[in-house]
Design a protein around this ligand. Structure first.
Ligand SMILES: Nc1nc2c(c(=O)[nH]1)N[C@H]1C(S)=C(S)[C@@H](COP(=O)(O)OP(=O)(O)OC[C@H]3O[C@@H](n4cnc5c(=O)[nH]c(N)nc54)[C@H](O)[C@@H]3O)O[C@H]1N2
Ligand SMILES: Nc1nc2c(c(=O)[nH]1)N[C@H]1C(S)=C(S)[C@@H](COP(=O)(O)OP(=O)(O)OC[C@H]3O[C@@H](n4cnc5c(=O)[nH]c(N)nc54)[C@H](O)[C@@H]3O)O[C@H]1N2
Ligand SMILES: [Mo]
Length: 594
């Protein structure tokens, strides 16, 4: 039972309830490919897998570090928050292999950057090599530790665990290795440290540039170390800010869409519905593909998304889908996954979030949670495309009744008739949702509790915020190879392509392009505008090939290349995943050009 992050809280809650009553935790989710590394790193270190800053915090910060994120294209509203912060005196550091619009003013006749709001927001641009972030933050931590009076001793003493071990590891950070791993100059890193030391309130924002590498989890843990050192969690203007993707990806997880649910969650669910949820872990996205490939999973059901378009190793994934007996897609739009099917295939068109949803004569609302932990109502107002369209909750409740039959005592019909009935149950199962219906009726909704942010309480295994001291990792490349990141252009929303231009990067009329640093390109004999196949190399010895890409000379960091997803998903091996989070390493694929 796959979900994409557009699913409302109500539909997500019903889907996971149905899955567990049916007897499985096989609830893979687009998060597995997105912020899973953030969730893994944050749960372990601060005790909750969510960001700790609000919009207001952004406005109050002295320093905001934007690492591995392209807000100009992917989070345009965040630029306003950055602008506001800057107007109030904040400094901004961006860490990225590419000079991204809105963050950098970058002069290139091909590339009309600076077009976004005229001015660059960044005070310091660290043009890092792909995968160099852990090394960068480790060295910044060393510089902080070496500055007398710079660490927040009181906070560390009272609220943290593991400091001594971390301190020893950070003090051993090696300059030469850091410069190789990051591709940066010593002075640039010293400048960044100076800015961090001058700041009393620091926020680090990140997105897919940090989450989709083999060592993403230790990288994000190192970011947490950096913030903990100066007490930058749990006070105004400071904190961790993983910037989300889909509109309700965070809410879906809160509602229990997770293949590794906590026993506490399942206990509450079982008590409320008199069921016995399975306790063994289910499949995430990559394991689901393996299970379908190997014949261990026979039915694939998707509540939204474009599974074969979004997942890695396209040929392997498509074969896996074709190996099932039944594929079902609940969708608002046709996509590639609808034509790569099992023996039988169903497409169940559904209402979108903007469509009016009337059940038993009453207009329904659904709810979502944003990346700042605010829950609010979402009301559709457009007339649906067809009177025959069912809503997501209606599809799930009908499926549940048909599959589970009279043995299920869950009142599925009541849930279908009035979504307030679903919210009443959510209120009784999930902490923070008490009095759900009343509170969501208020304008602006309500805020979910976040112990580290609200009270500097860290619900981890140690009961404190955990410093960690993982060995520093960074990608090492054989001669003649580059490290390819697969990312978004301006004219797409994930696998939905709206046009062939990438506005702020100045790319026009084509998506099969690969951006290469001109110096690397010359060494590799690649001519600007020439066509090449991209071949990925992986330890299984299988050569994955994406043919016919146009070379674009572009000022990315040395040793790095960039091309668009999903066209390049064929290059990402299924078992190339991040440690701990199992997220496909879509931002570090070793490639050569032919
Ligand atoms: N218009 C639009 N908006 C979207 C989406 C969309 O497709 N279109 N998708 C939504 C979703 S689901 C998500 S998850 C977000 C994604 O938002 P982003 O994470 O901004 O998306 P990507 O295009 O994957 O860009 C990754 C950024 O990280 C940088 N990067 C790559 N590797 C590294 C690295 O090793 N280190 C560092 N420091 N930087 C690196 C890239 O150069 C790029 O700027 O956007 C959401 N918003
Ligand atoms: N190589 C590479 N791969 C990646 C990434 C990358 O950076 N590089 N990024 C990863 C990330 S961050 C993500 S989030 C995933 C995205 O993976 P998915 O979420 O699976 O993909 P989308 O393209 O967002 O799914 C779009 C489809 O969702 C359906 N849809 C849209 N709205 C609704 C709705 O309200 N209800 C229902 N039922 N259906 C709806 C439509 O049919 C549409 O065609 O891709 C991941 N894959
Ligand atoms: Mo995402």
């Amino acid at each position: 039972f796959y979900t994409s992050g557009r699913t409302s809280n109500e539909a997500a809650f019903l889907l996971q309830l149905f899955a567990r009553e049916f007897g499985t935790n096989n609830l893979p989710d687009c998060s597995n490919m997105c912020h899973e590394s953030s969730g893994s790193a944050l749960s372990e270190t601060i005790g909750i897998g969510k960001g700790s800053v609000s919009l207001e915090d952004m406005h109050k910060a002295d320093l905001i570090i934007v690492a591995g994120q392209n807000p100009g294209t992917n989070h345009p509203r965040m630029l306003s928050a950055l602008e506001k912060a800057k107007a109030a005196g904040a400094k901004i550091i961006s860490v990225n292999p590419l000079p991204e619009a809105g963050l950098e003013r970058f002069k290139n006749p091909q590339t009309p950057l600076g077009m976004v709001r005229g001015a660059a927001l960044t005070d310091l641009f660290l043009q890092i090599r792909i995968g160099g972030d852990q090394a960068l933050f480790r060295l910044l931590n060393r510089l902080v530790l070496e500055t007398p009076g710079a660490v927040d001793d009181a906070f560390i003493e009272e609220h943290t665990h593991g400091y001594e071990e971390f301190r020893a590891a950070a003090l051993a950070a090696d300059w030469d290795e850091t410069l190789v791993a990051t591709g940066l100059q010593r002075a640039e890193i010293e400048k960044a440290a100076e800015m961090a030391l001058a700041s009393k309130r620091t926020i680090v924002c990140w997105a897919m540039g940090l989450t989709q590498h083999k060592h993403s989890v230790p990288t994000i843990r190192e970011v947490v170390n950096f913030l903990l050192l100066r007490g930058n969690i749990g006070r105004p203007g400071a904190g961790v800010c993983p910037v989300r993707g889909h509109s309700n990806v965070q809410g879906d997880r809160t509602m229990g869409i997770f293949e590794r649910p906590s026993p506490a969650f399942l206990d509450a669910l079982d008590r409320e519905f008199s069921i016995t949820s399975p306790r063994h872990h289910g499949y995430d996205v990559v394991r689901s593909i393996e299970a379908m490939r190997d014949g261990d999973a026979k039915v694939f059901f998707a509540m939204g998304g474009n599974f074969v378009g979004a997942t890695p190793d396209t040929e392997v994934t498509e074969a896996a889908m074709r190996n099932t007996r039944l594929t079902v897609h609940v969708s608002t739009k046709l996509n590639r996954s609808h034509v790569v099917t099992g023996v039988r295939a169903l497409i169940l068109p559904t209402l979108g979030r903007t469509d009016k949803d009337i059940q038993a004569g009453v207009k329904q609302i659904v709810t979502v949670e944003d990346s700042m932990g605010m829950v609010h109502a979402s009301r559709g107002n457009l007339p649906p495309a067809s009177p025959h369209l069912l809503s997501e909750p209606a599809i799930i409740t009908n499926m549940a009744r048909a599959v589970l039959g009279p043995s299920s005592v869950t009142p599925w019909e009541d849930f279908e008739k009035d979504y307030a009935n679903i919210r009443d149950r959510i209120a009784r199962v999930i902490p923070g949702f008490e009095d759900f219906n009343a509170r969501v009726a208020r304008p602006g909704g309500f805020e979910l509790p976040h112990a580290p942010r609200d009270e500097r309480r860290f619900p981890t295994a140690t009961g404190k915020a955990n410093f960690t001291a993982a060995p520093v990792e960074y990608p090492r490349l054989p001669e003649g190879r580059l490290l390819l990141q697969t990312m978004r252009s301006h004219d797409q929303y994930n696998t939905t392509i709206y046009g062939l231009d990438d506005r702020y990067r100045g790319i026009k009329g084509g998506r099969r392009i690969v951006m290469v640093n001109p110096d690397d390109a010359r060494e590799l004999g690649l001519v600007d505008g020439a066509f090449t196949d991209i071949v990925s190399e992986w330890k299984d010895g299988v050569e994955r090939r994406a043919p016919g890409f146009r070379v674009v000379y572009y000022p990315t960091a040395r040793g790095c290349a960039a091309a668009y997803y999903p066209e390049t998903n064929v290059l990402v091996p299924l078992d190339a995943t991040a440690d701990t989070s199992n997220t496909p390493t879509s931002k570090s694929v070793v490639v050569r050009f032919e």
